[in-house]
Design a protein. Structure first.
Length: 122
């Protein structure tokens, strides 16, 4: 992987690696799987910068399709939910979280209870 600020630090990878499902190579052979750490770095890059997957720089070590496929695979396996819980626990233990204030953003959640239709509201 190219040396850059987007390389996953060892400290973070030590937390992430145990959460990533083990992938056994296909016995029929084929192209070797792209390293999980490289894919994680690419995923973090997209999530942090907000760029479209197809604009993911090749210098990060894998194709946009590979990184996106790995994101979907890991989401289905619960990797990111587990990572979120683990990081919150570690930050809390280190006294780095202020639990006095919390913000909940539900703007991306659809209201299913038949809330006010703004188009019809006068």
């Amino acid at each position: 992987m190219a040396a850059s600020i987007w390389r996953v630090r060892d400290e973070l990878w030590e937390v992430v690696q145990p959460l990533v499902p083990v992938h056994e190579p296909d016995p029929r052979g084929g192209r070797p799987r792209v390293d999980d750490r490289v894919c994680f770095g690419a995923i973090v890059f997209v999530l942090f910068t907000g760029i479209a997957w197809q604009h993911l720089p090749r210098e990060l070590g894998r194709s946009p399709a590979t990184a996106h496929r790995r994101l979907k695979e890991w989401q289905a396996a619960g990797v990111f939910a587990a990572l979120h819980r683990e990081l919150l626990c570690r930050l809390n233990q280190a006294g780095r979280l202020d639990w006095q204030t919390a913000v909940v953003d539900g703007s991306h959640i659809r209201a299913l209870q038949g809330g006010l239709d703004r188009a019809l509201a006068g």
